[in-house]
Design a protein around this ligand. Structure first.
Ligand code: XMP
Length: 327
């Protein structure tokens, strides 16, 4: 039977065999719940929505319609990976919407962080709802709700915003197949479902994406500098054994320029800030001790490979007093 709450005595899913048993059971339950109806799912490429997609693909195949909205604020290679994994490898019904221009046009000139978040969140729902309206016969909405989301919303720590915000006439029944699982269990299930490691074990990434790492008004060129420097940082952390060890790491490019020299010529360009932190619950965080040689190598690559950057800084601030993100 389907559980609404995590049973008190439920064994923690810590082995491939336990994950396989969970998957088998869930597939049966999903088939019973959904029958021959269709399910819509916003697939961000994050761990939770990806695992829900993979489970639903096994359970109901093409009755699942995934919508991947690219808001233009994703990391380098992310939309391509979603298409590769879900459309090409898992043969999913995937609608890909490149809404980059829409988001960036709305965000042009907006400097206030909360305003930026609101625009990104609001526009996301609008794009998703537009796609949903084009489809016939959808009765269910898939959600990547996990057990801590439910606990935190019950304790009033954060609103359980899944499903929130869709227009009122869009009255879907919810399908939440991982809602009794903890994050580590979701990852174990994802791995058993055949999702790639860099999807299953990836670091947390905020909904507003690179938008909060491009402080102040977002411009396309500075956003590109964030995306390229972030890709270099991720590549070097992976090569140097820090991927999976450091909790969250990324780059930030504030709207600030300073003088430098490149190829014997004066430059006036942005500074790129590296952030790398460790935490268990994101309420407080300590700064990772990046080896000096790796730091020098990162500075060298970022200043030479990323257009518009002539200086790299390391943010040594723990949380508190700094938050993890800059906005
Ligand atoms: P802060 O910056 O508050 O971040 O120390 C704590 C954790 O939350 C993530 N974060 C967000 N995640 N939407 C999200 O989905 C957001 O608006 C958002 N802001 C911060 C952040 O990446 C870190 O892991």
């Amino acid at each position: 039977m389907a559980f609404d709450r995590r049973p008190e005595n439920m064994e923690r899913i810590t082995t491939p065999a336990l994950a396989d048993a969970f998957i088998k059971e869930q597939i049966q339950e999903l088939r019973t719940q959904i029958g021959d109806k269709k399910v819509l799912l916003a697939l961000s490429g994050g761990v939770d929505s990806s695992v829900v997609a993979a489970l639903l693909i096994q359970a109901i195949g093409k009755q699942l319609v995934c919508v991947h909205v690219n808001h233009g604020l994703l990391r380098k290679g992310e939309p391509e990976q979603v298409i590769e994994v879900f459309r090409n490898q898992m043969n999913a019904n995937l609608i890909y919407v490149d809404a980059t221009d829409r988001f960036l046009d709305k965000l042009a000139g907006v400097t206030d962080p909360e305003q930026k978040r609101k625009i990104i969140g609001g526009e996301f729902i609008e794009v998703f709802a537009e796609e949903a309206r084009k489809l016939d016969g959808i009765e269910f909405l898939g959600q990547g709700t996990i057990w801590p989301d439910i606990l935190e919303s019950e304790q009033g720590i954060k609103a359980h915003h899944n499903a929130g915000g869709l227009p009122e006439d869009m009255n879907f029944q919810l399908v939440e197949p991982v809602k009794i699982l903890f994050k580590d269990e979701v990852r174990m299930v994802g791995k058993q479902l055949g999702l790639p490691d860099n999807m299953v074990y990836r670091q947390p990434f905020p909904g507003p994406g690179l938008g909060v790492r491009c402080p102040g008004a977002i411009t396309r060129d500075r956003l590109e500098a964030v995306r390229e420097s972030d890709a270099i940082l991720r590549e070097e952390f992976a090569k140097n054994g820090l991927e999976g060890k450091v909790w969250q790491y990324f780059t930030v490019v504030p709207d600030f320029k300073s003088t430098g020299i490149k190829d014997g010529k004066r430059t006036f360009q942005w500074a790129c800030i590296i952030r790398a932190v460790n935490t268990t619950d994101a309420m407080s965080a300590t700064v990772e001790n990046i080896p000096y040689e790796l730091m020098c190598h990162l500075v060298d690559r970022i200043t030479h490979e990323v257009p518009g950057i002539n200086r790299v800084l390391y943010d040594f601030t723990p949380k508190p007093t700094g938050t993890i993100e800059f906005e």
